[in-house]
Write a protein that binds this ligand. Structure first.
Ligand code: PNW
Length: 460
C-alpha cells in the first residue's frame, strides 16, 4: 500500500457518501405491491447463494429507513446513494405505476433532505422484474424500452429532489455475471447472451437518460460503471495484448458507446467469432451516447493479466473469447472477498478516464472492502483493516484531484452490512454492523473514522 503521510484536505463541497442497493438491504419483498425480481427467484434456487441466504428480510431497511437516515446524520454524510426497486414501481414489469411503491422512496428522499443528506438514486441495481426475465430479460430488446418507461415514472415523482441519478449500476456485472457465467441472477450462461445483454443494457441507459431529461430532473444524470485499471503482468506483447482485450471487455465496451457513440473496434473484432453484433440497430448508438453530466465509477481492485501458457484455457471466464487470458492477484494481502488491495489502481483509473474521455465531473460511487470485525476491549466494533483500506483509497482519490481530475465525491460501499449477492450474508462491507438476528445496527470503528474525516474534510 502506498505510504502517503500528512494531512490531506479535500475540496470544499466534496461529497462524502455511502452507498447501498435495494435488494441488498430492504427486505419486505412482498410489501405494498412489490412482485419478485430475478434475485428473489435466483436466491430461492438451491446452491446459488452461500448458506441458502436470500434478501427476503436482510437488514429490514424498508421498515427501518428512518433509523438508518439518523445513522447517516450521525456519520455526517453529505450524500447517500441508494437504488430504487423496479418491481416495487412497476409490479411484474407491467405498464401501470404502483404509487405505494413510489411512496417509500418519496418518504426516504424527504427524510434525507430534512437531515441534510443529498439523495443519489440508482434506477437499476440488478433487480429486474421476474416477468421481464421470463420474456428474455436483457437479451430481449423490449426490456430496454420498458426501462425507459420505468425511468420516466420514477423521474416524474422524484425528479425535483434527487441530486444525482445513475441509470444503471455496473452493467458489466448484469451482463457478464448474470448472462455469461451465471454466477449472478438470472443465472444464465453463454457469451453471446452476455454481449447481447450488454447492448440492451446500454440502450436502456440511453433511453433512461432521455426519460430523465424529458421529465426535466433537477439533478445530474450519470451511470455507474465498474471499471478498473487493467495491467499486463509483463511488458511482453502477449501480455500487453491480454490487457488490451480485457480492458476492451471491462471498460471500453461501456465507456466508448456512452461517451463517444461507438463500440471499440478491437473488441468487436475480438468477439467476431461469436457474433456479428446484429443486435446493434441504426440509431442505437446515438441514443446510448445522449450527453451525461458526470461519470460514476465503482472501483475495488485492479486487474493484473497475462497470456495463458498454451493448453491452459479458462473456460469459466466471464470475458467472451478471452479463454487464454490469466488473472493474477496483486502481491500482498487481500480482503475477505479475496480481492487485491491496490489504491494505485483507483488513481490510475481516474487519471485514465480523464485522459481518454475528457475532463468531466467524476464521482467514485463505490469503493470499500469486506472484512470481519470483532468486539474490542471497550465493547466497540473494531475493523482496522477497513480503516486502512478506506484511508489508502481516499489518499489515491486525493492524488487524482491534485493531478487535476474533477472528482466531486466518494461513496463507501457500504453504509450497512448487507446481502452480498452470491455470498449472502457471509461478507460484511458496512461502516455499520448489522446483527442479522435482532437487526440492531452498531457503527463500527471505520464508521467513526469516516465520520471524523467528514467533519474535518480531510484525512491524515
Ligand atoms: C458491486 N466482480 O458488485 C456492486 O455494485 C455491489 O452491489 C456489491 O455489493 C459490491 O460491488 C461488492 O461486491 C460487484 O466480480 C460484484 O468483479 C462482483 C464484481 C464486481 C462488483
Amino acid at each position: 500500500m502506498q505510504a502517503t503521510t500528512g494531512r490531506l484536505a479535500f475540496p470544499s463541497n466534496f461529497w462524502w457518501g455511502a452507498a447501498t442497493a435495494a435488494y441488498q438491504i430492504e427486505g419486505s419483498v412482498d410489501a405494498d405491491g412489490r412482485t419478485p425480481s430475478i434475485w428473489d427467484t435466483f436466491s430461492a434456487q438451491p446452491g446459488r447463494i452461500d448458506n441458502g441466504d436470500t434478501g427476503a428480510t436482510s437488514t429490514g431497511h424498508y421498515l427501518r429507513y428512518r433509523e438508518d437516515v439518523k445513522l447517516m446524520a450521525e456519520l455526517g454524510l453529505s450524500a447517500y446513494r441508494f437504488s430504487i426497486a423496479w418491481p416495487r414501481i412497476r409490479p411484474a414489469g407491467g405498464t401501470g405505476v404502483n404509487e405505494a411503491g413510489l411512496d417509500f422512496y418519496d418518504r426516504l428522499v424527504d427524510e434525507l433532505l430534512a437531515t441534510g443528506v443529498r439523495p443519489v438514486a440508482t434506477l437499476y441495481h440488478w433487480d429486474l422484474p421476474q416477468e421481464l426475465e421470463d420474456a428474455g430479460g436483457w437479451t430481449n430488446r423490449e426490456t430496454a424500452l420498458r426501462f425507459g418507461d420505468y425511468a420516466a415514472a420514477v423521474a416524474a415523482r422524484l425528479g425535483d429532489r434527487v441530486a444525482l441519478w445513475n441509470t444503471l449500476n455496473e452493467p458489466w456485472c448484469s451482463a457478464f455475471l448474470g448472462y455469461g457465467t451465471g454466477g449472478h441472477a438470472p443465472g444464465r450462461r453463454g457469451h453471446v447472451g452476455a454481449l447481447t445483454a450488454t447492448h440492451h443494457l446500454l440502450l436502456a441507459h440511453g433511453l433512461g437518460v432521455a426519460a430523465l431529461r424529458g421529465a426535466g430532473v433537477a439533478g445530474q444524470v450519470s451511470v455507474a460503471l465498474n471499471c478498473g485499471a487493467v495491467r499486463p503482468l509483463t511488458p511482453s506483447p502477449e501480455d500487453a495484448d491480454a490487457a488490451r482485450r480485457i480492458d476492451g471487455l471491462l471498460n471500453r465496451i461501456f465507456f466508448d458507446p456512452i461517451l463517444r457513440g461507438e463500440y471499440p473496434a478491437d473488441t468487436i473484432e475480438d468477439t467476431r467469432e461469436l457474433t456479428d453484433w446484429h443486435f446493434v440497430r441504426p440509431g442505437d448508438l446515438a441514443a446510448i451516447s445522449a450527453p451525461v453530466d458526470a461519470i460514476c465509477v465503482n472501483y475495488y481492485q485492479p486487474d493484473l493479466v497475462s497470456a495463458a501458457p498454451a493448453g491452459q484455457l479458462d473456460h469459466g471466464t466471464p470475458y467472451p473469447t478471452a479463454q487464454a487470458v490469466q488473472f493474477h492477484p496483486t502481491p500482498g494481502p487481500v480482503t475477505h472477498m479475496g480481492w487485491s488491495i491496490d489504491p494505485t489502481g483507483l488513481r490510475d483509473l481516474l487519471l485514465r478516464v480523464r485522459r481518454d474521455y475528457g475532463d468531466r465531473p467524476i464521482y467514485v460511487t463505490e469503493n470499500g472492502a469486506a472484512y470481519d470485525d470483532r468486539v474490542g476491549p471497550d465493547g466497540g466494533i473494531e475493523d482496522p483493516e477497513r480503516i486502512a483500506y478506506l484511508r489508502a483509497h481516499l489518499a489515491a482519490v486525493h492524488e487524482a484531484i491534485a493531478a487535476g481530475v474533477d472528482l466531486r465525491g466518494y461513496f463507501v460501499w457500504s453504509l450497512l452490512d448487507n446481502f452480498e449477492w452470491a455470498f449472502g450474508f457471509s461478507r460484511r462491507f458496512g461502516l455499520i454492523r448489522v446483527d442479522y438476528g435482532t437487526l440492531e445496527r452498531t457503527i463500527k470503528a471505520s464508521g467513526r473514522w469516516y465520520s471524523e474525516a467528514i467533519s474535518r474534510n480531510a484525512i491524515d
